[in-house]
Every structure is written in structure tokens, then in C-alpha cells.
Design a protein around this ligand. Structure first.
Ligand code: UDP
Length: 327
């Protein structure tokens, strides 16, 4: 299958490209490189263009005979989205519509959408099931949920085959050691913690200590980026014309911010001082996935479910690439 990945030169995209190539699929990365790195996808055709440019999208679909899209291009910082919702609705929601229209124009009938646990907002219960209430508490989650709604409407009206994958907290790096996480600025917990033993920051800030959790800090479900990538390969095979499927992707176990810091201390054998600071706006207390649906229906099987392994792979990458893809 010829697959185009919007945002394919990013952290998650580059790992999906690797998984697709390992599965013998042809892929094309479509990325404006505002966040992505060409070095992350060295053996893949790269179209440098914006998803907002519907004409460039159509050209790429036709030129490469694209049959399916994995749509990853998006801004991803929940905290920032509270301050700048315009940026999120323009870049995440509006370009989603541009993409769907270009797909329709070129008869591209399958899409796997990079959605997020943030569509659930503050869950009524954990672990969260796919059928639970969708009520995002930050514009990032809302901008992604809008795309899920558009996908549903396009599936019904235009026979599109849709799989939405709702990611929980993605972390780790490829065990081969040559691709990994490189965000500028970095905002995610695990890479920020690892910057302390790398000498790039003095301490890690704990955002909020008064959540209703056992140690007062937020609980998240961490998933290895390679396991997440494998789910995309399976999801491509699970699209059905006119149908929408949604799957949570996590490991079903929650870790508090303090527990994640402790795991990083064990893996790196470094002290890693922590500083208690106020809450970050837009953070739900607890997000843990029920991923049984992906395991049953997609036959998804995580290879690296342990938090210590996820952190160890991330640490290998960051130790050897302290400046990401910059040499
Ligand atoms: N977090 C923190 N300090 C940091 C970065 C993140 O305490 O420097 C917390 C954040 O408030 C959240 C958790 O770590 O509860 C995971 O945050 P991240 O940004 O990695 O992912 P998110 O859950 O927002 O997608």
C-alpha cells in the first residue's frame, strides 16, 4: 500500500515510517519541517510542504499514487493551547478539513488519524474506554476532537475508511538508537527529566502537588513509541469504507509524575533534583487507557510495556544525541 504520512518527519512519524518499511509498505513523508527533521526519515521520499496547501497535497497524492494517509501533522502542547487556542484550531482542525477535501478530490479512501487521550478531558473513570464521555478540557484536545467529528461525517457521507488512534503518553526511542524524540522546545515530562542528568537543566519541575491522586501529582499512562508505531501499521489494515473506528493506545497502567522521576533516577543512576511548582493549566489529574479493544480487534501486542524500558530507550537516545538531530 502507498501511504502518505503528514508530519511524518516528527518523533512519532519517523518511528511509524520505520515500522511501515519493516512491514514492506511504500511510504511518502509530507512535512513542512517546522517541527520535523529530514534526518529522522533518511530512507523515505520526503515532500516538504504544508498540509494547509491543498494543491500541494493533491499533487503529492497523484504523483505517488497514494492509497492511504496517516495524519500526524499537528501542534501538540496542551499547556500552550490554553494560551493560544487560535494556533490549535487553525493548525490542527482547519488543516484537517483541507486534508480531507484533498483526499476526496483524489479518491484517497483510507485514513489513520493521530488522536489523543486529551479528547476525554477529565475522565469519569479510569481506565478510560473508547465509548466514555468526550469532553476535552483544553483547546488541544478540542482541536483533535473536532477532526474526529469531521472524519465521522466524511466516512458516512463519502465512504471514507477511518481509524482514530487515541494516544496516551508516548515516550521512548527506537532500540536501534538512531531515531528518537527531538522537540524544540521540549515540553514532555520524560525528555525534560532526562535533560537533568545531561546537564541541560538543573532540576525537573513538578507541575502541581494537590491533585486527587495518591502522591498528589498527575498520573499518566506511558506507551513506547515503537509500540504506538506498530499500531498504525495494523490500523491501516483495519480501515473499512464508510466506517469509523477509534482505539486507545496505552499500557493500562498509570504512573505519577513523582514515580516517573524516580524511574528516571534508577535508569540513569543520577540524583535528578525536583522542584515543586504550581499546576500547569489544562492538565487532567489521571489518564489511563483501557487498550483491550486495540489488542482484540487490531491484534496489537506491545513489545515494551515496562516504564523502565521506555525510559531506558529514551535515555540511550538522548545520551547519544544530546542535541537531537543537530550535529
Ligand atoms: N509535567 C511536569 N513537569 C514538566 C512537564 C510535565 O510535572 O516539566 C507533568 C504534566 O503536568 C503532566 C505530566 O507531567 O501531568 C505529563 O505531561 P506531558 O507534557 O509529558 O504530557 P501530557 O500528559 O500533557 O500529554
Amino acid at each position: 500500500m502507498n501511504v502518505l504520512l503528514t508530519g511524518g518527519a516528527g518523533y512519532i512519524g519517523s518511528h511509524i515510517v520505520r515500522a511501515l518499511q519493516d512491514a514492506g509498505q511504500e511510504c511518502v513523508v509530507y512535512d513542512n519541517l517546522c517541527k520535523g527533521n529530514a534526518e529522522a526519515v533518511p530512507e523515505c521520499e520526503l515532500v516538504v510542504a504544508d498540509v494547509a496547501d491543498g494543491e500541494a497535497l493533491q499533487n503529492a497524492f497523484r504523483e505517488h499514487d497514494i492509497e492511504a494517509v496517516i495524519h500526524l501533522a499537528a501542534y501538540i502542547e496542551a499547556g500552550e493551547s490554553v494560551e493560544k487556542p487560535d494556533k490549535y484550531f487553525h493548525n490542527n482542525t482547519r488543516i484537517g478539513l483541507t486534508l480531507l477535501d484533498a483526499m476526496r478530490e483524489c479518491n484517497v479512501g483510507k485514513i489513520v488519524f493521530s488522536s489523543t487521550a486529551a479528547v476525554y478531558g477529565t475522565p469519569e473513570r479510569v481506565p478510560i474506554e473508547e465509548t466514555d464521555r468526550l469532553e476535552p478540557i483544553n483547546p488541544y484536545g478540542a482541536s483533535k476532537l473536532c477532526v474526529e467529528y469531521m472524519l465521522r461525517a466524511y466516512a458516512t457521507a463519502y465512504n471514507l475508511g477511518v481509524v482514530s488512534l487515541r494516544y496516551f503518553n508516548v515516550a521512548g526511542a527506537h532500540p536501534d538508537g538512531d531515531i528518537g524524540e527531538a522537540h524544540t522546545p521540549e515540553t514532555h515530562l520524560i525528555p525534560l527529566i532526562l535533560q537533568v542528568p545531561l546537564g541541560k537543566r538543573e532540576n525537573i519541575k513538578i507541575f502541581g502537588q494537590d491533585y486527587g491522586t495518591p502522591d498528589g501529582t498527575c498520573i499518566r499512562d506511558y506507551i513506547h513509541v515503537c509500540d504506538l508505531a506498530d499500531a498504525h501499521v495494523l490500523a491501516l489494515g483495519a480501515t473499512t469504507p464508510g466506517e469509523v473506528k477509534a482505539y486507545n493506545l496505552g499500557n493500562g497502567e498509570g504512573f505519577s509524575v513523582r514515580e516517573v522521576i524516580e524511574t528516571c533516577r534508577l535508569v540513569t543512576e543520577a540524583p535528578i533534583p525536583a522542584e515543586e511548582t504550581p499546576r500547569r493549566p489544562g492538565d487532567p489529574a489521571r489518564l489511563v487507557a483501557a487498550s483491550q479493544k486495540a489488542i482484540t480487534e487490531l491484534k496489537w501486542q506491545p513489545n515494551f510495556p515496562e516504564l523502565a524500558t521506555i525510559v531506558a530507550h529514551a535515555w540511550e537516545w538522548h545520551k547519544n544525541h544530546p542535541n537531537g538531530y543537530e550535529t
